[in-house]
Design a protein around this ligand. Sequence first.
Ligand code: COA
Length: 211
Amino acid sequence: MIYSADCLEDNFQHTQFHQKLLDSMKFVGWKKERVVAEFYDGKIILVLPDDPKYAVKKAEDVRRLADNELGFQQVSLSCPSQAKTYLFVNRDRMIVGCLIAEHIRRAFRVLAQPAQTKDMTREDFMEHHRAWCCSTLPEGAICGVSRVWVFSLARRNAIATRMLDTVRSTFTYGSPLTKEEIAFSDPTPEGKLFATKYCNTPTFLVYNFVS
Ligand code: COA
C-alpha cells in the first residue's frame, strides 16, 4: 500500500490495511487439517467446499487477498462446489500461498511469440510481457489453475511450484496429473513467467480468458 507517513489519516488507513492483511494470512491451526504435503519450511493444507465454515471462510479471505493483488475482479469459478483450495502455511503459521484448482475439460495453447529483438522499444517490451495469444483449437485438459498467489515477501522460494506439484499429485484420486493436463486461467505477466518455467514451455495451456 502506498501512503504518506506524514499524514495522520494515511497512517491510520495503512495500519488498518496492514492489520487486515495479517488477520487474513494468520493461521491458528485447525483440529482437522487436511495436510497434503509437508516441507522443512511449511506445509500445504487442502480446503474443500464442504469443509467446516471456519476453513471455507479462511480460504475465501485468502482468495480475496489474492484477487485484490491481481488488481481486478477475477473470473468466477466455473463450479465453486468442486473447487479445491490449497494453502501454503509457513513455519510462522502464516498463509503465504494460495492456489485454487478446478475441474476443466478443455483449454487452449498459448502461441509462441517471436523472440525479443534488440531494437524493441520499451513499449514493445512491456507489451511483449503483458499480452499473449492462444490457439483457437481446444485441447483436452483436466485441472484449471483459477488462482495462484504467493505473498510478495515469500516469492521465488518455489512455493507456487510446490503447490502445483501437490495439486498434480492430489487433484484426481489415484492418478497423478502430468504438466500437460494443467491449464492456467488468464495468466498475469508473472503467472506467464511462472507457467513457462513450470511447464518447461512458453506454449502452456490457458482457459477462462476474455476473447
Ligand atoms: N519473474 C521471472 N521468473 C519468475 C517469476 C518472476 N516474477 N516468478 C516465477 N518465475 C519463474 C522462475 O523461473 C522461478 O524459478 P527460479 O526462482 O529458480 O528462477 C520459477 O518460475 C518458479 O517460481 P516459484 O518460486 O515457484 O514461484 P513463486 O512462489 O514466486 O510464485 C507467482 C509465482 C506468479 C504465483 C507469484 O509471483 C505471485 O503470486 N504473483 C502475483 C499474483 C499472480 O500474478 N499470480 C499469477 C496468476 S496466473
